[in-house]
Design a protein around this ligand. Structure first.
Ligand SMILES: O=C(O)CC1=CCC(=O)O1
Length: 266
């Protein structure tokens, strides 16, 4: 995959596209503090049949920061702008954590454009106001670095951290190299974002996935979201934390494969 960039809503959005251009479109939207590389192993398992788009939301990876802080609408409008830029009309979105919130906002704004949703380790409202404010204040005072170890405990299972220390260090670097403005900007979007009223209106096939040891969006939170969405199924991935695309990409790939086949999306 080579580097691509698009001018979107006053900043630049870095994206990658792979797979057959006439295949069903599958777009991946990232979690807080990560960039598009977290999807690499999932993309490798699906790119023979899907036209796949990954991107860095503003303030993350190689995308511009723009005017921070953000709200969920702006992140969703960036994704809509990227789809417009690429001329993609009918898409499936797989959103992880805040990426799942963004996906829910996109379908609320443009329901006819979305064929299916995969909502991975996410909710319609993530965390609480005071929790996000504490994180924002800690980063303003001391930088993201001070939270690096604590956030790895939220992202990755104890097994992964014990058995794959080098990769854990690498993902920690991905996190702490995120700009403070971009990271805090998205924390504000998470703090203020609430799509619980919209969940009941989602009418496309939806797969909700959660790692069984996810500390950031625990399984009861993800299951509660699934219960609010009329056409949703819920799948638990055993022994995995907040980022199944990193810990067990083959299992997530299998779930996406089965879901898209069973719902005639591929
Ligand atoms: O950093 C975390 O706590 C995990 C997380 C919450 C929202 C998101 O996108 O990632």
């Amino acid at each position: 995959m080579s580097l691509h960039v698009a001018p979107i809503n006053g900043t630049h959005i870095h994206y990658a596209q792979t797979g057959p251009k006439d295949g069903p479109v599958l777009v991946f939207s990232n979690s807080l503090g990560t960039d598009l590389r977290i999807w690499d192993d999932v993309v490798a398992g699906l790119s023979d049949r899907f036209n796949i788009v990954t991107y860095d939301k503003r303030g993350h990876g190689l995308s511009g920061i723009g005017d921070a802080p953000y709200d969920v609408s702006l992140h969703a409008n960036d994704l809509i702008g990227l789809l417009d830029h690429l001329g993609l009309d009918q898409v499936i979105i797989c959103g992880l954590s805040v990426g799942g919130l963004i996906a829910q906002k996109v379908i609320a704004e443009q329901p006819k454009r979305i064929r299916g949703l995969i909502l991975c380790d996410t909710a319609s409202k993530l965390g609480d106001y005071d929790g996000w404010n504490s994180r924002i204040e800690a980063i303003k005072a001391d930088g993201i670095e001070v939270l690096g170890d604590a956030i790895m405990e939220r992202w990755l299972s104890p097994d992964f951290r014990a058995n794959r220390p080098l990769e854990t260090a690498m993902y920690r670097d991905m996190l702490v190299r995120t700009t403070a403005d971009g990271y805090i900007g998205t924390c504000v979007a998470l703090r203020d974002g609430d799509l619980r009223d919209a969940a009941g209106k989602i009418s496309v096939p939806t797969l909700c996935v959660c790692g069984s040891v996810d500390l950031a969006t625990p399984l009861d939170v993800v299951r509660a979201m699934a219960d609010m969405i009329p056409n949703a199924t819920f799948e638990l991935i055993d022994g995995v934390g907040h980022l199944p695309c990193i810990e067990t990409p083959e299992q997530l790939t299998r779930l996406i494969d089965r879901f898209t086949k069973e719902n005639n999306l591929v």
